[in-house]
Design a protein around this ligand. Structure first.
Ligand code: FE2
Ligand code: FE2
Ligand code: FE2
Length: 167
């Protein structure tokens, strides 16, 4: 692919990804505000942006098989935990940015288990089977991720077990 087209597709992928995420988050807010149809509109258009992001990713040649995709996920999670968030946290500390300190810390702590979970999945897929995994619980407040059952209190943010979403 020509350089400029590749750059444009990457930019479009980033923009569509952010729109998808923002609209999904805005839908939650509209739901809280009792605006059911506004929430539905946000969710619908969020899905359209997901379709656009997916098409751009495929056009970029970044859609692999599940083994490739698991490795991409492992690399991304490892980068976040080992380099990106520790560096971002250091800057937030330096600048005494409280909101950023909390959101970065929640992410840094919660991300720590993701690479390992993907690694186990990759090993299973490499040996020709799907991963054997129980229920996965995610804390709605900080993203803490755990297999099996939700803890009474989130070890990262202290949220009660009712605040966990099951997958
Ligand atoms: Fe779009
Ligand atoms: Fe993660
Ligand atoms: Fe939490």
């Amino acid at each position: 692919m020509r350089k400029m087209t590749e750059k444009n597709l990457k930019e479009a992928f980033a923009g569509e990804s952010q729109a998808h995420m923002k609209y999904a988050i805005f839908a939650e807010k509209a739901e809280e505000d009792g605006l059911k149809n506004v929430a539905r509109l946000f969710r619908a258009i969020s899905f359209a942006e997901l379709v656009h992001a997916k098409n751009h990713l495929k056009a970029l040649g970044q859609m692999g098989d599940s083994m490739d995709n698991l490795q991409t996920a492992i690399d991304g999670e490892t980068y976040e935990v080992e380099e990106m968030y520790p560096a971002f946290r250091a800057v937030a500390d330096l600048q005494n940015e409280r909101g950023a300190q909390q959101s970065i810390n929640y992410a840094l702590q919660a991300e720590k288990v993701h690479a390992g979970m993907y690694q186990s999945a990759k090993q299973a897929v490499a040996s020709g089977s799907d991963i054997k995994i129980g229920a996965i619980y995610i804390c709605k407040k900080c993203g803490y991720t755990v297999e099996g059952e939700a803890p009474k209190r989130c070890p990262i943010c202290g949220a009660p077990s009712a605040e966990f979403k099951e997958f």
